[in-house]
Ligand binder design. Structure first.
Ligand SMILES: [Zn+2]
Ligand SMILES: [Zn+2]
Length: 145
């Protein structure tokens, strides 16, 4: 991310707002089939922040399920307009993943990698200007965003 400053975001109808007070830990694209379904497109463009830096106002609806890894994820949505706002993996509760499009200024998103290229759709190939991984990257293989 370019900004050192606090970031704001939220859903389409503004019933839920996000205020982020710390830097991005990672930012990239994910082409896994879960992200295709939840984004409604070929991939998710997402940013991971420290959970302590993410402040949510307004009630969210949530959906918890077992991901590919076997870990459980909880995805949070606006119950009014349905926009997906963030998710937390039970295995890493200190990290909160926010879709780039949920930011008020999505132009600040600076993707550093793409993952799960093995499940990318032919009509949405991974960005070949970025380090790309067929599945999850090995530990330490991706730089902080
Ligand atoms: Zn909403
Ligand atoms: Zn994914």
């Amino acid at each position: 991310m370019e900004s050192e400053h606090a970031l704001d975001g939220g859903c389409f109808c503004k019933a839920v707002r996000l205020h982020i007070t710390g830097p991005a830990m990672f930012a990239g694209h994910c082409h896994c089939t879960d992200c295709q379904k939840f984004s409604g497109g070929g991939h998710a463009s997402a940013i991971i922040f420290a959970t302590n830096d993410v402040h949510v106002s307004g009630e969210t609806a949530s959906f918890r399920y077992a991901a590919d890894s076997g870990n459980h994820l909880t995805r949070h949505f606006c119950p009014v307009c349905g926009v997906h706002l963030y998710h937390i993996n039970d295995a890493h509760p200190q990290m909160t993943t926010i879709p780039a499009g949920a930011l008020d200024e999505p132009a600040l998103f600076r993707p550093a990698f793409s993952i799960y290229g093995a499940s990318a759709q032919a009509w949405d190939a991974p960005d070949d200007t970025l380090p790309s991984f067929a599945h999850m990257p090995p530990r330490g293989a991706i730089d902080d965003a």
